[in-house]
Design a protein around this ligand. Structure first.
Ligand SMILES: Nc1ncnc2c1ncn2[C@@H]1O[C@H](COP(=O)(O)OP(=O)(O)OP(=O)(O)O)[C@@H](O)[C@H]1O
Length: 241
């Protein structure tokens, strides 16, 4: 299915980001259109997380541009962007360990002031029955996979227009990895636009509409998820073939 006629929600053009003298991102161009699931894959240290941090206004941009909903993110803080629906699930989940599941989900709605928060918590419980069973349990007592579910549920509470996921499968058991990719695919099918950063290239490309490959701070390949998955260079570099 072509998505060329869909609105570009997130546009990264020639992005450069540096940590002191280290050039972590050296001119990346990425776009995400409405309804798409776009995967950004690459090895350790390729600059994927740094790209997400720059997109959400956490990390300063050295050069290039990031536009969200047609407007430059320069001068807009992470809070302003989150309020407009640009929501990140960070690497390592970032749940509030000393709060319960329900309290964590309520925190996810911090940018909202409508009355549908309880109804949305029920929707999240529908996606993740495990969270419902443990609604009064402290987040810090949950397994890694359960915390990833909670981080995803909390992000959905913000009603994201674009959801940025950083390595959701990191450190999880194979069964939990299956579950997490299944849920990411389901959330996408429900219409949530996503930019997924992953080292698990095969799984991330298999569910993606489009993908980008990042190497040493540069985007070296891009295309349809399935085509990238079948590409011999991708298979050799990222799928161990
Ligand atoms: N806070 C920092 N200070 C200095 N250098 C950093 C910092 N964060 C990241 N880097 C460097 O920037 C480069 C890109 O790192 P980044 O975390 O963006 O890569 P990544 O592709 O997300 O890798 P990973 O999958 O391991 O998280 C690396 O060389 C890393 O060492």
């Amino acid at each position: 299915m072509t998505q060329d006629n869909k609105q570009v929600l997130l546009e990264v053009r020639g992005l450069k980001v540096a940590y002191g003298g280290i050039q972590a991102v050296k001119g990346a161009t990425i776009e995400v259109r409405e309804g798409e699931l776009v995967s950004l894959i690459g090895a350790n240290g390729a600059g994927k997380t740094t790209t997400l941090k720059a997109v959400t206004g956490i990390q300063p941009i050295a050069d290039g541009e990031v536009h969200y909903l047609g407007r430059s993110i320069r001068g807009q803080g992470a809070w302003d962007l989150a309020k407009q629906g640009l929501v990140m699930i960070p690497e390592g989940r970032g749940t509030f360990t000393r709060m319960t599941i329900t309290e964590n989900l309520q925190m996810g709605a911090y940018t909202r002031n409508d009355k549908e928060i309880d109804a949305d918590i029920e929707k999240v419980f529908g996606i993740f029955p495990r969270l419902k069973e443990r609604r009064d349990q402290l987040a810090g007592t949950m397994s890694g996979g359960e915390q990833q579910m909670l981080a995803m549920g909390r992000a959905l509470m913000a009603r994201p227009k674009v959801l940025l996921l950083d390595e959701p499968s990191m450190g999880l058991s194979p069964i939990m990895v299956d579950k997490i990719f299944e849920v990411v695919g389901d959330i996408h099918k429900q219409g949530v636009t996503m930019l997924l950063v992953e080292q698990n290239a095969s799984r991330a490309l298999a569910i993606a509409d489009r993908g980008y490959v990042m190497e040493s701070g540069e985007v070296t390949m891009s295309g349809n998820g399935r085509d990238l998955l079948d590409d011999p260079k991708v298979r050799a570099a990222y799928l161990g073939e």
